[in-house]
Design a protein. Structure first.
Length: 312
């Protein structure tokens, strides 16, 4: 059955029937707005959009995979502010001939990724569109700590990373060449493994700046360097190249470090910490902050793309 066959409100009923709600949800879908508890009295809000053909392909990923990816892209931003995610709002624009089963499975993926961090899908909107588009807004609670912004890094800080980089970009390259293995890389593209708890823990342990690595490590660190007025140097030898990535890179004629340093969509968290502070569990040092501007690798300029830009 198609979306056009069940209609807008029929689809809403089918989707909301599949969702569950956590303790922060005081009023879920069904009214003009949801009501979500905000114990801290401050709400972190972030939004992101996924467009078919630009961010995902239905022949590469299941609807549930796309749901996980759409939720993760937003939940990671909340974690990067040092907050705990509480709720998602989802706007879904679909072609009328889309199968209702696809939309229902998308909701399953969105709900499962949110539930993994104690958040819930609490509402949204739907519309017909020739291009399948998913827009997600995430809300989060700071839990009494100050938000960790991009502008707090200082010379002498240690640059650290939680999570992995390069896996999703390698998976995208593999899929774009017509392959479906190595599974480690392809699955990393389909469903990112985001270290959500690392964000709030970094905030509690004194992180001076933090960012979600969505567009590429060097590109995203460039935002931190610019906002903080510092130079950030990344140490290439801090990254281990997994065997599957090394083998895929050799077979495809790609430098694996181009994936690790410039590939996005893994949604690792990068943060700076004062020198001498013990890094929280799950974080590892990958560089230093110094005087100057921009981002360098091993003290020198990096030749090559540094990340993704939608308009270039």
């Amino acid at each position: 059955m198609s979306v056009g066959g069940v209609g807008e409100f029929g689809l809403i009923d089918r989707v909301t029937a599949r969702l569950s709600y956590g303790s922060t949800v005081l009023l879920g879908p069904g009214d003009d707005g949801a009501v979500v508890a905000a114990p801290d009295a401050r709400v972190v809000a972030s939004t992101d959009v996924l467009v078919e053909g630009r961010h995902f392909r239905r022949d590469w990923s299941s609807a549930r995979d796309v749901g996980h990816r759409a939720a993760a892209a937003n939940l990671a931003d909340v974690a990067a502010m040092g907050a705990t995610p509480t709720a998602l709002l989802v706007a879904l624009c679909v072609p009328p001939d889309l199968e209702t089963a696809w939309a229902e499975e998308l909701a399953d993926g969105l709900g499962a990724e949110a539930a993994a961090v104690g958040a819930s899908v609490v509402g949204g909107d739907m519309s017909a569109s020739p291009t399948l588009t998913i827009a997600v807004t995430a809300l989060g609670d700071l839990g009494g700590v100050a938000p960790v912004t991009r502008s707090g890094a200082r010379a002498g800080d240690v640059l650290a990373l939680a999570g992995r980089t390069g896996h999703a970009a390698a998976g995208l390259t593999v899929l774009s060449r017509g392959f479906r293995t190595p599974r480690l890389l392809v699955e990393a593209y389909r469903r990112p493994e985001v270290p959500y708890p690392a964000g709030p823990e970094a905030a509690r342990r004194g992180a001076t700046a933090m960012i979600d690595v969505s567009d590429g490590l060097l590109a995203d660190l460039g935002h931190v360097a610019k906002a903080s007025g510092v130079r950030i140097d990344v140490h290439r030898d801090a990254f281990e190249v997994p065997r599957q990535m090394r083998d895929a890179a050799q077979a495809l004629g790609v430098d694996p470090y181009s994936w690790i340093l410039a590939g996005g969509d893994d949604h690792a968290l990068a943060a700076t910490f004062p020198a001498g502070v013990a890094l929280p569990d799950g974080w590892r040092a990958i560089g230093r902050v110094g005087d100057g501007a921009g981002v360098t690798v091993d003290g020198g300029r990096y030749d090559g793309p540094t990340g993704w830009d939608h308009f270039r």
